[in-house]
Design a protein around this ligand. Structure first.
Ligand code: ADP
Ligand code: ZN
Length: 434
């Protein structure tokens, strides 16, 4: 069986890695120029010939691709190979209302599953493990990606998909699941249910790979405690393949981007200028091995920071810090930028569960923001006076974080809908009036 820790690639010295990227990039540019009329048109319009892109130093010359381009080219406009070579489609979950379809050849699927296999072995998975995949299956990439990776590693794979929480826990107990893969919000819900039902001792989980949505360090600590595991982050997006574009190693200090397949850049979202390492900006990816859906300089809208500092695990691939959220997730309330993750940090630090809903509205020309926060069962028994004091404390703590005063409403345990996939944290009612 192939070993999915590949030190010859994952710990490659930077110079060699960049030479490999350059070679693959030049070939990929040739491929898209010859096979995707959309790219040929864009490159011709910008006066760029494929020969002009000799290596990664020329990457900045290529035009960006945006989500709008993908929507305009739906469904086949960006296809890089004849349809008879395509074996699969996957589609975005439509979090931002723009559904996008991505295509894969069999080789593309292999690359994607290899990426997920690397993510699994990085957290200690072996063929002895029982890998419990509770990401959704179907068009969403979470289930199929981790399922494929788990097969490659040789784990006993449980294709649970999401939902039916009682059955999930039953299988965990009966089959001794050791690795859990799902969204962090579902992991948190599973943890809550297992604890409430007093079944933690029956669970053998040791690690979890959680991604597909933003989550904070505070939420990580919470999940690690309730499930008694190590919780690792994994990142990806359908357009670039799916989960496994980057993954955390055991150092839990940022996600290594699989640079032999994807070249990352950080740009200023307003000007498009490439920013130096260490600065926050929009993450842009170029796929250098995928053939059916070969996006180059794709703007993800995810905001984050890259670092090339040596990682204790020995991997040399660049790390991306937890994305702050997407530029589309950022709310502007009373003129101030607000990320749901900032609210989450405050709540968990103050001992609340990560079950909250942010409601933004507009009264006249004034924005209003209310955060509904679930109390724990112990808090719920407090007197009304104590609840009011708790609300006041949260208002102050959020004001210290964001600089604006918002409303906090504590609600009874279990009143905020739990998520089996990506959690919905924001209800922006202002959009109805715009
Ligand atoms: P959609 O764009 O409809 O949600 P995807 O399922 O392809 O479709 O989601 C990809 C997006 O999910 C990424 O662009 C990013 O915003 C988010 N995401 C994925 N993994 C993570 C992660 N580990 N941390 C934060 N955000 C993530
Ligand atoms: Zn590492």
């Amino acid at each position: 069986m192939k070993n999915y820790y590949q030190p010859e690639i994952e710990t490659m010295p930077l110079e060699e890695l960049q030479a490999l990227q350059s070679e693959r990039l030049a070939a990929q540019v040739q491929h898209v120029y010859e096979n995707v009329p959309f790219y040929r048109g864009k490159m011709d319009a910008a006066g760029i010939k494929p020969e002009d892109i000799k290596g990664i130093e020329d990457l900045h010359k290529l035009p960006f691709i945006t989500k709008d381009d993908l929507r305009d080219q739906y469904p086949y406009g960006l296809l890089g190979v004849p349809l008879d070579q395509v074996v699969r489609i996957q589609s975005t979950s439509g979090t931002t209302g723009r559904r996008v379809v991505a295509f894969y050849t069999q080789d593309d699927i292999n690359v994607w599953e290899d990426c997920c296999a690397r993510a699994l072995v990085a957290v200690g998975a072996t063929k002895e493990d029982v890998c419990h995949v509770s990401y959704g299956y179907g068009l969403f990439t979470g289930g199929p990606g981790l399922n494929g990776g788990s097969h490659k590693v040789g784990c006993l794979t449980l294709p649970m998909s999401s939902g039916n929480t009682e059955r999930q826990i039953q299988f965990m107990e009966d089959l001794g699941s050791t690795i859990l893969c799902c969204t962090p919000s579902y992991a948190s819900y599973l943890g809550e249910t297992i604890t409430e039902q007093g079944r933690k001792d029956n669970i053998k989980l040791k690690a979890g790979i959680f991604g597909a949505e933003p989550w904070t360090e505070e939420m990580r600590r919470d999940i690690e405690k309730t499930l008694g595991i190590k919780a690792y982050d994994i990142y990806g997006l359908t357009e670039i393949s799916g989960p496994g574009v980057s993954f955390e190693c055991q150092a839990q200090a940022g996600m290594h981007i699989q640079e032999d397949h994807f070249i990352p850049e950080i740009i200023d979202p307003d000007t498009g200028e490439v920013l130096p390492e260490g600065e926050v900006g929009e993450l842009v990816f170029s796929c250098i091995t995928k053939k059916a859906f070969p996006l180059l300089r794709y703007r993800t809208r995810d905001l984050c920071i890259l670092t090339r500092e040596q990682c204790s695990c020995g991997r040399t691939h660049v790390r991306m810090m937890k994305p702050k959220g997407r530029s589309d997730d950022m709310l502007i309330v009373k003129g101030v930028n607000v990320f749901p993750s900032q609210i989450e940090t405050v709540l968990i630090n103050k001992g609340y569960p990560a079950n909250y809903l942010i409601i933004v509205d507009r009264v006249g020309t004034n924005d209003t923001m209310e955060v509904q926060v679930e109390m724990t069962a112990e808090m719920f028994s407090d007197s009304l006076k104590e609840v009011a004091a708790r609300e006041k404390e949260l208002v102050e703590a959020i004001k210290a974080m964001l600089g604006i005063k918002i409303k906090v409403k504590l609600v009874a345990p279990k009143t905020i809908a739990r998520s089996e996939g990506k959690a919905k944290r924001v209800d922006d009612r202002r959009k109805l009036y715009d």
